[in-house]
Design a binder for this molecule. Structure first.
Ligand code: 5GP
Ligand code: ZN
Length: 140
């Protein structure tokens, strides 16, 4: 399999590694939105967030929080975005699940909120119904 993130995990491709444990690795994105743009990656080859095994998930998101805090404090950022592109339609280019942490500064030019839509009467409820139908049973 030809996966650049597996190759980083296996030390075949060099990367600026920020953090690593038995389940998760984190390194700087090679083409950052801002310096310090960091990726957090489960050490299991899963194509996207939906296919990450449960035992990796909680560690993944715990580390997203820890590393976000370190990125913000280390770089003096004013804020940060956490995002994950899943599927080509969402802009995913590396098909090994990863979470982006992007430090933000008051002066930076990026705008993530473009072309926001509006619900007409009843559409919000209908949309909610479509999603709720596919949720797993609620845990107590
Ligand atoms: P996606 O577009 O799938 O959400 O994000 C993939 C990210 O991986 C991109 O932001 C891209 O810059 C980064 N990337 C791709 N190849 C490499 C690489 O070899 N090393 C590092 N550090 N980042 C990479
Ligand atoms: Zn992989």
């Amino acid at each position: 399999m030809n996966c650049v993130f597996c190759s980083i995990i296996n030390r075949k491709t060099p990367a600026e590694i920020i953090y690593e444990d038995s389940l998760v690795i984190s390194f700087l994105d090679i083409r950052p939105f801002n310096f310090g743009h960091t990726l957090v990656v489960p050490k299991h080859h899963s194509e996207d967030l939906l296919s990450v095994p449960e035992e990796y998930l909680s560690r993944l998101f715990l580390k997203v929080q820890d590393i976000s805090g370190a990125v913000v404090r280390g770089l003096g950022a004013a804020g940060f975005n956490v995002l994950s592109n899943n599927g080509p339609a969402a802009g995913q280019t590396v098909f090994h699940c990863h979470i982006h942490i992007i430090p933000r500064f008051d002066t930076d030019p990026f705008k993530f909120k473009m072309n926001l839509k509006k619900y007409n009467d009843g559409e919000m409820r209908l949309t909610g119904d479509k999603i709720r139908l596919f949720l797993p049973p609620q845990e107590k």
